[in-house]
Design a protein around this ligand. Structure first.
Ligand SMILES: [Zn+2]
Ligand SMILES: [Zn+2]
Length: 345
């Protein structure tokens, strides 16, 4: 990897990356990749929808010797706003197609059709059912329910079909479905030999699925219009094994930095989740609601210091772990409890 400017990098073999900042977020930036094709450059993800992020994308493409108007297509790893936020603007400026997996496109379509008050009602009911205290629910009940950020993401115009090669003239980029972080998350496998001859099979654009130092958030697939009981953590662990078996020579993630030895990172993540599930089982010696479980789980800081919005994410993560334990037959809901508590079996 060669640094071109402080925020632009050349990964060799017609792949470059640029950093698009995420305002007010500890993650810092999204790595947007530029893949050359015979029909013009294609982006993997676009970045957060904000004027400074747009300026960074624009400047980064110029530093790569191209421009927004030259773009041929946009491949989105998943629907989150730090990946898909600028897709609409890129499409307007270039006429590029935007591709996404159908499961995430369904979320985008429903988000565009969901009224903010419906979303607030759904979240309030969900958190109440998880055992959230009244003081946590009050702000949701009294919020000015007019707008929500990220509720008008661009509707993709192409579908990413798992296992298929994407329409990138002159390149071999294959979609690998890796649900878990979102139901339609995909990794993109560039099947060509590594440009520096590193051992392994090609390079993998991993989105948020596998990152070098962060464990991606695995929560429930929040969706007011879908009552399916899903097992996102189970999906995620299966998807991790898929990447491990693929054994790419290098991982090009959407945050932090590229790295090698994917199977080792996959093994670390699998171990992390296994030991977390074991810790939770110990906590569930006493029946707990998802909220109480979240309060007792280990986070990157004490529960009292976790901000309001992050608590919602933490509870969702606790619920995803409970779903997994229930599915494995290692925990179950206590009959007659309301809100529902769970206990180790
Ligand atoms: Zn994400
Ligand atoms: Zn992300």
């Amino acid at each position: 990897m060669t640094e071109m400017t402080g925020t632009t990098f050349d990964h060799g073999g017609g792949v470059r990356s640029l950093r698009v900042p995420i305002p007010d977020n500890p993650l810092g930036h999204t790595l947007v990749y530029v893949v050359d094709t015979d029909r013009g450059p294609v982006l993997i993800d676009t970045g957060w929808d904000d004027p400074t992020s747009w300026d960074a994308l624009f400047a980064g493409l110029t530093a790569c010797g191209t421009s927004v108007s030259d773009l041929h297509g946009v491949v989105i790893t998943h629907h989150h706003p730090d990946h898909h936020g600028l897709s609409g603007r890129v499409r307007e400026a270039s006429g590029a197609w935007v591709a996404m997996h159908a499961a995430d496109t369904a979320i985008v379509r429903r988000a565009r059709g969901t009224r903010p008050d419906r979303w607030y009602t759904y979240m309030t009911e969900k958190l109440a059912a998880a055992g959230a205290p009244e003081e946590h629910l009050t702000p949701l009940r009294t919020a000015r329910r007019r707008t929500l950020p990220g509720l008008s993401p661009a509707l993709p115009d192409r579908e990413i079909v798992p296992g298929d090669l994407l329409p990138l003239p002159g390149r071999r980029l294959r979609a690998i479905w890796t649900p878990g972080h979102t139901p339609g998350h995909v990794c993109l496998h560039l099947e060509e030999d590594h440009p520096a001859g590193l051992p392994g099979r090609g390079r993998l654009f991993s989105g948020d699925h596998v990152l070098p130092e962060i464990t991606p958030h695995i929560g429930l697939y929040e969706d007011p219009d879908d009552a399916t009981v899903t097992d996102p953590l189970g999906d995620y662990l299966d998807s991790l094994e898929r990447v491990g078996r693929l054994a790419p020579a290098e991982i090009l993630p959407a945050h932090q930095y590229p790295f090698t030895d994917a199977p080792a990172r996959v093994a670390e993540l699998l171990t992390h989740h296994e030991s977390r599930l074991t810790d939770l089982l110990a906590l569930l010696a006493t029946p707990l609601t998802p909220w109480q479980l979240a309060e007792r789980m280990e986070w990157n800081r004490p529960w009292e210091q976790i901000p309001y919005g992050s608590r919602n994410i933490a509870v969702s993560e606790a619920e995803a772990h409970l779903r997994r334990l229930v599915k494995l037959g290692r925990a179950e809901a206590v009959a007659g409890s309301d809100p529902v508590t769970y206990a180790a079996v």
